[in-house]
Design a protein around this ligand. Structure first.
Ligand SMILES: Nc1ncnc2c1ncn2[C@@H]1O[C@H](COP(=O)(O)OP(=O)(O)O)[C@@H](O)[C@H]1O
Ligand SMILES: [Mg+2]
Length: 391
């Protein structure tokens, strides 16, 4: 089955579109990636997302405009993926949409809202669309995140020791597979969320991120700021757990800065401290679970200063990009969602209760028909245990 996966993470820098041929054979899921596109959001849509994200107040009209705008942007990315990656022929589109709110109260997820109406994608491509993948897990008592845990687990099973997968998006999440234990998957805290917010603030919006970690490299960790930031109870909460930008945003950072004695730290020192915060919290999560090898993906993997700090905090742990396992770092999450949609249409659950904390593993998503009547494959009884990526 040829599947297109569409994803935009909490950084909302671009829509990642990836396509792959998926085949299930016994307990092995074979994936042949067909390529990847990164489609930036139009400026006005990105501005509307920025203006609407927490802690901003919003209107239902803005929410409707976003649902349409994001749906149309995803539809454009899907059309391009169909044409440029699939020679015009695919079976299914799977769309994560754009998370606008992940509603967590005392560690319980009460709702999660991804916008980007799938009708636009179905209408543009003529293909059926699986969307809204998170909410079913929430309804089953789970965190609804991180959903990449399923793909990570299938991928990590072939590795020795206690391997883990780390994705450094706006938020950092890990999947840990210890021998003889159920897989764990949870958000460790911010990866780039606070860093990006600080860079935008210090540059008056001229820069969106600390390119190649240059500014962090020019600064020094501010021990008192790091201590205040590490005092957040989120880091002490045991897994399963998830978080988002409704927690880690600019006002959150400003509160921490306000708690410092004067003089305020230099901007580069703040950036160095935030980079260190990500490294320390990722490393702490890995140490708690005895991780021996870390497979890294996401935009943060391109930040050599962040990667260097993670390596420093985790001596003896092998760090390598997911590219080495055949999944390009920038395409991995989109492919993970393609896999989730594939599982859904085959009647297979997409979550691991040990990962999201749900009462049971559920069939994820809502299905929007394409141009022709919806015909689903015969349900499969045996879920895959392994993912093999083939050239
Ligand atoms: N060359 C780079 N140097 C430093 N940071 C980078 C670089 N490239 C990407 N990033 C970071 O990665 C983020 C995007 O990562 P991504 O995996 O797309 O996150 P998300 O899934 O949240 O959209 C950017 O906002 C930026 O912080
Ligand atoms: Mg992104």
């Amino acid at each position: 089955m040829r599947v297109i996966g569409l994803m935009s993470g909490t950084s909302y820098d671009a829509i990642e579109a990836a396509a792959g041929d998926l085949t299930l054979d016994g307990d092995t899921l074979f994936l042949r990636p067909l390529g990847h596109l990164s489609v930036p959001y139009p400026d006005d849509l990105r501005d509307l997302i920025t203006a609407t994200l927490p802690p901003a107040a919003t209107t239902v009209q803005a929410v409707c405009a976003l649902d349409t705008g994001i749906g149309q942007a995803f539809a454009g990315a899907a059309e391009r993926a169909l044409r440029e990656l699939c020679d015009g022929a695919a079976d299914l589109v799977v769309s994560h949409g754009q998370t606008m709110y992940h509603w967590v109260e005392d560690g319980t997820v009460r709702g999660t809202l991804q916008l980007g109406r799938p009708a636009w994608i179905a209408e543009a491509t003529g293909l059926p669309v699986v969307s809204d993948l998170r909410s079913r897990d929430v309804a089953a008592g789970g965190q609804g995140a991180p959903l990449v845990g399923m793909t990570d687990t299938l991928l990590l099973r072939a590795l020795p020791g206690t391997p883990a997968a780390l994705n450094l998006g706006g938020i950092a999440n890990v999947t840990v597979l210890a021998p003889g234990a159920e897989p764990l998957a949870f958000d460790t805290g911010p990866a780039n969320a606070l860093l990006d917010a600080a860079v935008r603030y210090f540059t008056d919006g001229a820069a969106a991120y600390d390119e190649d970690g240059r500014r962090a490299a020019a600064g020094h960790t501010h021990p008192e700021l790091l201590r205040i930031l590490l005092d957040d109870p989120y880091y002490r909460r045991p897994a399963p757990k998830s978080t988002g930008k409704e927690h880690f945003h600019l006002p959150y950072l400003q509160r921490a800065l306000d708690a410092l004695p004067t003089p305020a730290p230099a901007p580069d020192d703040v950036l160095a401290t935030l980079t260190r915060l990500t490294a320390v919290t990722v490393a702490g999560a890995c140490r708690t679970h005895g991780v021996t090898e870390l497979v890294v993906s996401g935009g943060g993997a391109r930040n050599p200063v962040l990667m260097g700090m993670i390596a420093e905090e985790l001596p003896g742990v092998l760090l390598r990009p997911s590219d080495e396992l055949g999944l390009l770092s920038d395409a991995k999450e989109a492919l993970a969602f393609a896999i989730l949609g594939f599982l859904t249409v085959h009647g297979l659950p997409g979550t691991l209760p040990s990962g999201t904390g749900a009462r049971r593993a559920t069939l994820l998503g809502s299905i929007t028909p394409g141009l022709t009547p919806l015909r689903l494959p015969e349900p499969v009884a045996q879920p895959p245990r392994l993912l093999r990526v083939t050239p």
